[in-house]
Design a protein around this ligand. Structure first.
Ligand code: PLP
Length: 475
């Protein structure tokens, strides 16, 4: 591209395309319909020797790349947990890309650091996280949890493992059997070993059993292990189960164990007081993660890690070589709060979202999602062929086709897996699954930014229609 005149021409074309895409997004098959390798085979294996025109590249984007896109911004995306966007977030991302800054230190763009301090404090106030906490924006919950577990490791070893490494490891970490795999990954990367992650059984709703946790911690203490970290899930991925945060926190406090809360998805619901008031024990946490990039209308990636003692986190991660030594009058350098040195300007999109929605706007949207999920759950319960696996939590409904009493579990599970594939192959909606207590479970997450009742009605229509077509004659 030769000049900024061309830039303006293309920017305006791209904006038109984006505007049309966002208006039409629900018309595209939600899950991409391509087969493995379809995209790659259309792209040259060698890079171009000379420059190519933006027009040509854009044409290829539309022809080759676009069919391989799954439309996470479709209001009929009900799979996994969402990765939401919204207009203010997207507009801020334009600016972030244009500025192209790298905010590793305060001096490398003071606005990035100072805005991050402000928006994390706004989010703390909005979610009712106690005043002692301060926040940092990481890329993902996986990395936030990894930071928490490394900080826990340093606490448990008196900051020796950073310098000496882990010798004769006796550290243990505890989470529920339903905790997200990022906990186990963090335990591995932190050098503690998966074998030292103790997975505690859950109750019939998927919540960690606190008496089993107490037993595990006390047994480990007797055997000479050192419990380093307890992780509570405030909303598991499978069922959105809420662990007994308060009693877990009290146990952690009693034994001076780091207490981390993984609220990656459901943490956003802390913004509505009627949910926040049902959750006790945040004050016991040493760290809490929640992802605005899931349910708070902020483009991926944006994960908030709150810590009670920021000095502890900084002591764990700070490493300042001479070439980064600057005289900034004691300014905060967020690169000392985590793993990456280079940092994106993520606070800008969060600032745009919070200001443009307003706290009330965010609360209203979250309540609407919860109401729509409640409506969906009612319709599923009323249908004679379906059942809920557990009662709905927030905006997640877990359900299955229930078959008849004689049907063996394996057959029922295969039917539900087949049903899921049939539903998703229609391209009209997108759901995902989990397995809980050996039951293949369909998950309907009603949390996409623009989902309305008509989309939920369409989902019910697709699900019932597909089940009717697949159903064995004898049922
Ligand atoms: N924790 C929970 C409860 C999750 O559901 C997820 C992802 O869905 C994660 C952590 C990991 O999130 P991320 O993709 O931000 O690493």
């Amino acid at each position: 591209m030769s000049s900024h005149k061309d830039f303006k021409k293309y920017a305006s074309q791209f904006t038109d395309w984006i505007g049309a895409y966002l208006s039409d997004v629900e018309k595209f098959p939600v899950r991409s319909m391509v087969k493995n390798g379809d995209i790659k085979k259309q792209i040259h294996h060698n890079p171009p020797a000379g420059p190519e025109q933006i027009d040509d590249i854009f044409e290829d984007f539309k022809k080759i790349i676009f069919p391989g896109v799954t439309h996470w911004q479709s209001p009929k995306f009900f799979a996994y947990f969402p990765s939401n966007s919204s207009d203010p977030s997207l507009l801020a991302e334009f600016l972030t890309a244009a500025l192209g800054i790298q905010g590793m230190k305060w001096i490398t763009s003071p606005a990035a650091t100072e805005l991050e301090e402000v928006v994390t404090e706004w989010m703390r106030q909005m979610t009712g996280i106690p005043e002692a906490f301060s926040g940092v924006i990481q890329d993902t919950a996986s990395v936030s949890t990894l930071c928490a577990i490394i900080a826990a490791r340093e606490k448990a070893t008196g900051f020796r493992s950073n310098s000496k490494g882990l010798e004769n490891n006796i550290l243990r970490v505890y989470c529920s059997e339903e905790a997200h795999s990022s906990v186990e990954k963090a335990v591995r990367i932190a050098g503690l070993g998966s074998g030292n992650l103790v997975k505690i059984p859950v109750d019939e709703l998927g919540r960690l059993l606190p008496e089993k946790l107490t037993e595990a911690v006390e047994n480990d203490l007797k055997k000479g292990y050192k419990p380093a970290c307890i992780v509570a899930a405030l909303g598991t991925t499978g069922l959105c189960a809420i662990d007994p945060v308060k009693s877990m926190g009290q146990l952690a406090k009693k034994h001076d164990i780091w207490f981390h809360i993984d609220a990656a998805f459901a943490g956003t619901a802390l913004i509505i007081p009627e949910f926040r008031n049902t959750i006790g024990g945040l004050e016991f946490a040493d760290s809490i993660v929640l992802n605005p990039h899931k349910w708070m209308f902020t483009n991926f990636d944006c994960s908030l890690l709150f810590v009670k003692d920021k000095n502890h986190l900084q002591k764990t991660f700070s490493l300042v070589p001479e070439y980064l030594n600057t005289n900034d009058q004691g300014a905060n350098d967020y690169s000392n709060w985590g793993i990456q040195l280079g940092r994106r300007f993520r606070s800008l999109k969060l600032w745009f979202v919070i200001r443009n929605f307003g706290v009330k706007g965010i609360q209203d949207r979250i309540r609407k999602h919860i109401d729509l999920a409640a409506f969906f759950a009612d319709e599923i319960s009323k249908h004679s062929d379906f059942e809920l696996i557990v009662p709905r939590t927030l905006s997640l409904v877990c359900f299955r086709w229930k078959g008849n009493k004689e049907m063996p579990l394996t057959m029922l599970n295969s039917f539900n897996a087949e049903l899921l594939e049939k539903i998703n192959s229609t391209g009209r909606i997108y759901l995902s699954h989990t397995v809980f207590r050996d039951k293949y479970t369909l998950r309907f997450v009603c949390a996409q930014t623009n989902t309305e009742k008509k989309h939920v009605l369409e989902a019910l229509d697709v699900i019932f229609d597909c089940a009717g077509k697949l159903k064995p004659r004898e049922c």
